[in-house]
Design a protein around this ligand. Structure first.
Ligand code: KG4
Ligand code: ZN
Length: 333
């Protein structure tokens, strides 16, 4: 049995979680900074790192006590500590990475750096049913839009990426155009509930079948021009039409990836995987679906602990002194 505490501080959520054997979450605490950043319409990196510093120690204590674990006389209550080393905001990454590394050193237990996207992939292993290899993963977050083929534990092929904006970033930017609060994904989803998704036709980036890559900057610009020409347009209708177009592009390229690869198991992970319209539309795909529970779609420490557990189990843990990296592709680790 192994108990790992996972720390996630790559952006604006401080997450600490205790996970047993990579799948059973014993505790999961997340301190969201959304209310502070909302005033600025997006994440302010300097504020984000300061806020991680303020709460991380308390969150660690809370996560341990929620899991029924207490350090006694400086003995370690867990078998290892894991933290996100990148990609993300450098100042924010450094808080979780340094805190986790220092605590592991004091407790004399292994420290495991984890790639943030690999963490999102492992959120699928925190649900009821777990995917077998090989499987495809559609990773959709504020910084990434990728289709990854997972052939074996920790063996990845990136089949598709976005050539410009990530889909979550596009939700955030369009919400801003519509005067809806940050983060844009949940705001647009809510506004879209009462809107007509057929009210406006927005384009699908790179709609041809000769590439699996995504493009979201054209969709954002199309909404911008439409609002300039029709300032009277109903916000719910624009939100619903935009959401439909953004999701359709994800479904179209994922269907193509399933067809081309012949892999018929699909994980959808990352913040945008919380989107109801995406979760419903994915049911039409010709693949067995693995959707993480809502709470593990957004950034959290449990997915980091789960990924670290698997790396330990497969004897491919990253070096404990792996430096923080603001931008680093999954395939190099
Ligand atoms: O994975 P995540 O928590 O952080 C990153 O790694 O970026 O994803 C955050 C992104 C934001 O862009 C947010 O607007 C989007 O996920 N998001 C959603 C929903 N909830 C969060 N997008 C669409 N629908 C949602 N319900
Ligand atoms: Zn994330």
């Amino acid at each position: 049995m192994s108990i790992i505490v996972g720390i996630e501080t790559s952006c604006d959520e401080t997450g600490v979680s205790v996970v047993e054997n990579g799948t059973r979450v014993l505790s999961n605490v997340v301190a969201s900074q959304i209310d502070v950043h909302r005033v600025f319409g997006g994440v302010v990196p300097e504020i984000a790192s300061r806020m991680h510093t303020e709460v991380i120690s308390q969150l660690m204590q809370q996560a341990l006590s929620d899991a029924g674990l207490e350090p006694t006389n400086n003995t370690a209550p867990v078998d290892a500590i894991a933290a996100t080393f990148g990609p993300g905001l450098m100042g924010s990454l450094l808080v979780g990475l340094s805190f986790g590394r220092a605590l592991a050193c004091a407790w004399q237990i292994p420290f495991l750096p984890v790639h943030h996207i690999e963490g999102h992939l492992f959120s699928a292993f925190l649900g009821e049913s777990k995917p077998e290899f090989p499987y495809l993963a559609l990773v959709v977050s504020g910084g990434h839009t990728q289709i990854i083929q997972c052939d074996a534990p920790h063996q990845y092929q990136i089949l598709a990426s976005t050539r410009d904006d990530a889909v979550g970033e596009c939700f955030d930017k369009v919400a801003r155009l519509l005067g809806l609060p940050y983060p844009g994904g949940p705001s647009i989803q809510k506004a879209a509930e009462t809107g007509n998704s057929a009210a406006f036709r927005f384009p699908c980036g790179l709609a041809t079948k000769d590439t699996l890559d995504f493009s979201y900057s054209g969709l954002k610009t199309a909404v911008l021009y439409m609002l300039r020409d029709h300032p009277e347009a109903s916000v719910p209708d624009v939100a619903a039409s935009f959401q439909r177009a953004a999701v359709d592009a994800l479904i179209m390229k994922t269907a193509l990836a399933i067809e081309q690869s012949g892999v018929r198991r699909l994980v959808i992970a990352g913040g945008v995987a919380a989107n109801k319209c995406l979760r419903e539309s994915a049911a039409s795909l010709d693949a067995e679906l693995f959707l993480p529970p809502f709470v593990y779609c957004l950034d959290n420490g449990a997915m980091i602990a789960a990924a670290a557990h698997s790396r330990m189990q497969h004897h491919c843990a990253l070096p404990h002194d792996t430096p923080a990296a603001a931008s680093i592709p999954l395939v190099v680790v």
